[in-house]
Design a protein around this ligand. Structure first.
Ligand SMILES: Cc1cc2nc3c(=O)[nH]c(=O)nc-3n(C[C@H](O)[C@H](O)[C@H](O)COP(=O)(O)O)c2cc1C
Length: 205
């Protein structure tokens, strides 16, 4: 979170209060994240937007493949074409920015059983996991900047993915995984307390 504080300072925005103890700051960030579904009309400074995406791209990925790409949208006149009858449309249209997080389902590398052979395009085993990590990283950075966002599913719903894929011209192997509207919160959403010690098993189930 020290890093987030530095990034915030670097782009001349109002940094969120940062605890002196980095561990405390990180815990505060994670525990205060919540889905925000209503937004003010305020726009997001370009430098903040870049930092959000920088944080997203810092996510872990299997074999460090980094299968993600982002399509950043703010022209609401295109949303009917892009999102069809997605039930989250009112959220999308109210937000300052919608980020479509896309994942490549393939990876180009030498066959696993023959590392010296030329690289070939093959299915990626971990792209879904990687996409979850990148989406959560984005949400945590959103929280750090006092913004609000909501993870909305696109993959694996064909009816949601089809118009997005078509309207945004995604390559054949790339799928729109999640759609994240971002803006300054209009309401007062609070984080949910999900701590449940009964979910933890020590040694064995
Ligand atoms: C894979 C996934 C898909 C989701 N899809 C939607 C969605 O389509 N619309 C929506 O309003 N929220 C969606 N959410 C947000 C969840 O409803 C929310 O995370 C959950 O209720 C817990 O609340 P919290 O995020 O405030 O902790 C989705 C979350 C995840 C992880």
């Amino acid at each position: 979170m020290v890093t987030v504080a530095l990034l915030a300072a670097a782009c001349q925005t109002e940094p969120q209060p940062v605890a002196a103890d980095p561990a405390e700051a990180v815990m505060a960030n994670i525990l205060s994240r919540k889905s925000v579904r209503s937004y003010t009309a305020d726009t997001i400074p370009a430098a903040v937007m870049e930092n959000l995406l920088r944080a997203a791209m810092a996510a872990p990925s299997g074999r460090n493949i980094q299968p993600w790409s982002f399509v950043v949208l703010n022209d609401t006149s295109r949303y009917d074409e892009i999102f069809g009858d997605n039930h989250n449309m009112s959220m999308f249209k109210q937000s300052a920015v919608v980020v479509v997080i896309c994942g490549d389902t393939t990876v180009v590398r030498p066959p696993r059983d023959n590392p010296d052979a030329p690289a070939v395009q093959q299915p990626s085993g971990t792209w879904r996991d990687d996409m979850g990590a990148v989406t959560e990283n984005l949400l945590l950075a959103v929280e750090a900047y006092g913004l609000g966002a909501c993870w909305t599913a696109c993959y694996p719903y064909l009816d949601r993915m089809a118009p997005v894929k078509q309207a945004l011209g995604l390559p054949a192997t790339v799928v729109p995984y999640s759609v994240v509207p971002i803006g300054y919160p209009a309401g007062d959403e609070q984080p949910k307390d999900k701590w449940d010690p009964s979910r933890i098993h020590y040694g064995r189930w």
